[in-house]
Design a protein around this ligand. Structure first.
Ligand code: ATP
Ligand code: MG
Length: 434
């Protein structure tokens, strides 16, 4: 038996081939029937002129249920009726795995199906080329991130996802049972990547899961996402960190546009690659923009979803998709962020993409005494963070870093309506399966 070929490798000069895939659709026109087959590369056609095909084979093939997996052997014929330029006239076929009827979800039907139904049967949903393409682009995106940071000299690290304390020690932690004591799932690699700054591995990155026990039912929050974190030593100011992320984001967007062109065509999207450097707005400037638009926020308030959106519209008016918002009030930022002395602000920033935060970063407090002071100011007990603080007692260079939610970045790059579109099996307060 011939080996099953990918449809993208089939050519008219092949003669007889074996192909495989899902039966996407069958059309019976009396004297002739057609099967649209689908494999990993796309769709192709099996053509069955009734008179030229063994009657038993003809009735078996035309009676298949949609989405059944079959292996078909036949002759490749040139065709100007098909997108591939060829069709297959079958001489033998084997049902490998039949599909039940009815399907939980149509693959080609153009009806709008609720997102919940799609997620409940995600394996079937991903059979849609426009859904599969998102995950191919996500995979490409991670390759591109890795290329960019490697070029910049960063070392890939892995930090634990189960620990005794969380980064910000707050309510956003999932508690788990760790043998006979409690433990927490990591909300970010923050403390570990900072510890590494004193280890000599002083430019590190990690791409891994982050867990947030947030009761947020929004289109941009999930309880498990993939975070791309970077931390770098010997920065002279937070702008060094901004320029580093910018370099990565630019490489990602350029790469998606160029190397993801086929998938982008499938989903009907284009990627805009903004010019660098991305502009930097201060928190205070944003507050003024938001207030001018009529949103009643006062000094110190979080810009919030609505505020971010208004700033996004303001920047879109200037043709600007990506921009930094810097110098947030120190009160709004975690203990590890460096204060801007003599002001209520801090050396912290967000990177916003079309009116939504995709990253937070900043310069960290590397001076032990100041760090302990900040912890106390935030109501945290330094003793709970001994493992972290120790790394600041024996020589810690100045440093800074960022965390980017990769799904948030993809959602904004592709203008997807919901972060769940960019996660195969999303987790949120209501969903723990599949
Ligand atoms: P937001 O204010 O939008 O909830 P955050 O400020 O709480 O986000 P950070 O703690 O700064 O988030 O996390 C860094 C990045 O991780 C965010 O910019 C975002 O891209 C991503 N992220 C954070 N929380 C979530 C979440 N619940 N779901 C998906 N991505 C998230
Ligand atoms: Mg943030």
């Amino acid at each position: 038996m011939a080996i099953v070929k990918k449809s993208s490798e089939v050519t008219v000069s092949d003669g007889t081939v074996a192909v495989g895939g899902w039966v996407q659709d069958i059309r019976n026109l009396g004297g002739i029937s057609f099967i649209t087959m689908r494999d990993r590369c796309g769709t192709y056609q099996v053509t069955m002129p009734k008179k030229k095909i063994d009657p038993e084979l003809f009735s078996m093939l035309t009676g298949l249920s949609r989405e059944t997996v079959v292996r078909i052997e036949g002759e490749v014929k040139e065709s100007n009726q098909t997108a591939t330029g060829w069709e297959i006239i079958p001489s033998a076929a084997e049902v490998i795995s039949p599909a039940g009827v009815p399907l939980p979800l149509g693959v080609v039907d153009k009806v709008n199906v609720e997102m919940d139904t799609r997620l409940n049967h995600r394996f079937m949903d991903v059979r849609k080329p426009e859904v599969k393409a998102i995950f191919e682009l996500k995979s490409l995106m991670v390759d591109l991130i890795e290329e960019a940071v490697r070029e910049m000299g960063f070392t890939r690290v892995y930090t634990p996802k189960i620990g005794a304390a969380g980064a910000e020690g707050g309510a956003e932690l999932f508690k788990v049972q760790y043998f006979d004591r409690p433990a927490y799932l990591a909300q970010s690699p923050q403390l570990y990547k900072q510890i590494l700054m004193s280890s000599g591995l002083d430019q590190v990155y990690e791409i891994g899961p982050a867990f947030r026990a947030e009761q947020s039912n929004t289109n941009r929050h999930v309880t498990e996402f993939i975070s791309f974190d970077g931390e770098m030593s010997w920065i002279s100011c937070q702008e060094d960190v901004m320029r580093a992320i910018e370099q990565v984001v630019d490489h990602v967007l350029t790469g998606l546009k160029e190397r993801g062109a086929r998938q982008l065509e499938v989903i009907g999207k284009e990627i805009n690659v903004p010019a660098r450097p991305y502009p930097i707005l201060t928190y205070s400037e944003c507050l003024a923009i938001v207030q001018a638009a009529g949103l009643l926020l006062k000094e110190g308030d979080d810009l919030g979803t609505e505020g971010e959106k208004i700033v996004g519209e303001h920047m879109a008016g200037k043709g600007c998709d990506l921009y930094f918002i810097a110098e947030y009030p120190e009160e709004a930022k975690p203990f590890y962020i460096m204060e801007k002395d003599g002001t209520p602000y801090s050396f912290s920033f967000d990177l916003d993409f079309k009116g939504q935060e995709i990253s937070s970063g900043g310069q960290r407090e590397h001076r032990y005494d100041r760090l302990v002071e900040r912890m106390q100011k935030k109501g945290l007990d330094p003793e709970d963070f001994e493992f972290y603080l120790e790394a600041f007692k024996y020589g810690m260079p100045p440093h800074g870093g960022w965390g980017i939610g990769i799904e948030r970045m993809l959602v904004k790059a592709l203008d997807l309506p919901n972060i769940r579109e960019a996660i195969l099996f999303p987790r949120d307060p209501a969903r723990l399966s599949p």
